[in-house]
Write a protein that binds this ligand. Structure first.
Ligand code: NDP
Length: 449
């Protein structure tokens, strides 16, 4: 089920399909943006004349490399590393690294493409990029993780830098991995260059609130959508998927705003806790002990664990998918709407399939797409870069306030753009157009480069 595209844009999309065969997630991400851009070309014919859309769909640079390393048994392992430097019109490429066995070029390109518009929406001077590897960190020792990260950055270091490309974390890459990569980068380059990576530890150049930022930001965004409908989180039953970085801090902020989160999950199953998720327990299990979410039951006897279950069947008023792409399909979206869901905020990137998005939009619920709702992570990374550049460090309250204001501005920008283009309440259209126009104007100003 797809929405028809503007007749000037359809051939551009066909060209993307032909030039990037088999990269289905990339096709999906491009289609979703291009579907929104028809009215922009009417207002700005100069974008078509200068082939801005064609250029934006082609990454500026794509790097693919071998990552050899030795496991604990002395066996040589070979993974593949990627960095797609998609667009640098607004600033150095910026975007996370994902370590997950499902990673291939199509995943990195979808994430890098989304990142261009997300970073533009933050209003901060950052371009879009993304990277990662098909390496699976699950079950690996700290030594193995360190050797892998060292090998990965031993190639990637020549392509990155504080003014060029600034990676951060994503699935499978958190503070531990950033530490190992920063250490090896410093050793190879003989430079203590804080601005080359974000998500650093607090005592060596990191920023307060960066760990919490994506989850907190997503909740701030949903809070704005609710406020626009004269509503709030107070007393709402909420469903959050995943139990990683984004999920944990989404749960924390919802609880602070008076909502009750009743689920969390990992790739094996989900937890339902009618009394409300015990966040301290989840943090102990996931952040400290690196265990599976089913172990939650060992401590909370009243909760339920549903192996391989469908988390979206749990009735909720607010849903915050925070695990991975395409985790909500059309049927799940229907179930959510039927069960009384009034708001969806995407902590994950592209967690809803096109069918699901259509159902949310047609139902008229408040639907915040990932490129707007989860932009708080990269925005706070940019704040980390600002602190590094001025050799300063800001306190928690000040940094969280900056994040809050950025999310309010992103909401306002998407909301007003949707109204301006005759689609009030459609945050998909609002985010795509608002994000695109800033990049397009910068590209236009810089000539054909
Ligand atoms: P983490 O690695 O910390 O956590 C990921 C969570 O999602 C885990 O619970 C994991 O379960 C689950 N998960 C991952 N892949 C799958 C899958 N294929 N099926 C079901 N569950 C899965 O990652 P983050 O929290 O950092 O990232 C989560 C999402 O948020 C991603 O889409 C990411 O791109 C997006 N995001 C992250 C940002 C950040 O700052 N970290 C910024 C913006 C977006 P398991 O352990 O079983 O794999």
């Amino acid at each position: 089920m797809t929405t028809p595209m503007d007749e000037k844009i359809e051939p551009i999309y066909q060209e993307v399909l032909a030039r990037n065969p088999g990269e289905v997630e990339f096709h999906q991400a491009v289609r979703e943006v291009l579907e929104s851009l028809g009215p922009v070309l009417v207002k700005h014919p100069e974008f078509a004349e200068h082939k801005i859309i064609e250029r934006i769909c082609e990454p500026e640079r794509q790097i693919i490399f071998r990552v050899p390393w030795v496991d604990t048994n002395g066996v040589v392992q070979i993974n593949r590393g990627f960095r797609v430097e998609f667009n640098s019109a607004l600033g150095p490429y910026k975007g996370g690294l994902r370590f997950h066995p499902s990673v291939y070029l199509g995943i990195i390109k979808f994430l890098g493409f989304e990142q261009i518009f997300k970073n533009s929406l933050t209003g901060l001077p950052i371009g879009g990029g993304k990277g990662g590897s098909d390496f699976d960190p699950k079950g690996k020792t700290d030594g193995e993780i360190m050797r892998f990260c060292q090998s990965f950055i031993t190639e990637l270091y020549r392509h990155i830098g504080e003014h060029t490309d600034v990676p951060a974390g994503d699935i499978g890459v958190g503070g531990r991995e950033i530490g190992f990569m920063f250490g090896q980068y410093k050793r190879i380059t003989n430079r203590w260059e804080a601005g080359v990576l974000t998500g650093k530890g607090l005592n060596w150049g990191g920023s307060l609130v960066r760990t919490e930022a994506t989850g907190y930001g997503a909740v701030f965004f949903v809070d704005e959508m609710l406020k626009a409908r004269k509503d709030s989180f107070d007393g709402k039953i909420c469903s959050v998927s995943g139990s990683g970085n984004v999920s944990i801090y989404t749960i924390e902020k919802i609880q602070q705003l008076g909502g009750k989160v009743v689920t969390c999950s990992d790739s094996n199953g989900y937890i339902y806790d009618e009394k409300g998720i015990d966040l301290e327990l989840v943090q102990q299990l996931k952040e400290i002990e690196r265990r599976r979410i089913k172990d939650y039951l060992n401590y909370r006897k009243d909760a339920k664990y549903v192996k391989n279950g469908n988390i979206w069947e749990v009735p909720c008023q607010v849903a915050m998918p925070s695990a991975t792409q395409n985790e909500i399909n059309g049927k799940d979206a229907q179930t959510l709407v039927k069960n009384g869901c009034i708001a969806v905020g995407e902590g994950a990137n592209m967690p809803t399939t096109p069918e699901g998005v259509k159902i949310f939009l047609e139902a008229g619920i408040a639907y915040g797409p990932g490129k707007a709702a989860n932009a708080g992570g990269v925005a706070t990374s940019a704040l980390e870069m600002q602190q590094n550049a001025s050799r300063d460090s800001w306190d928690f309250a000040y940094t969280e306030d900056r994040l809050h204001k950025i999310m309010q501005n992103i909401h306002k920008d998407c909301f007003e753009t949707a109204e301006e283009y005759g689609a009030p309440g459609n945050y998909v259209l609002g985010a795509n157009i608002a994000g695109f126009v800033k990049v397009a104007r910068a590209m236009l100003a810089m000539g054909v480069v």
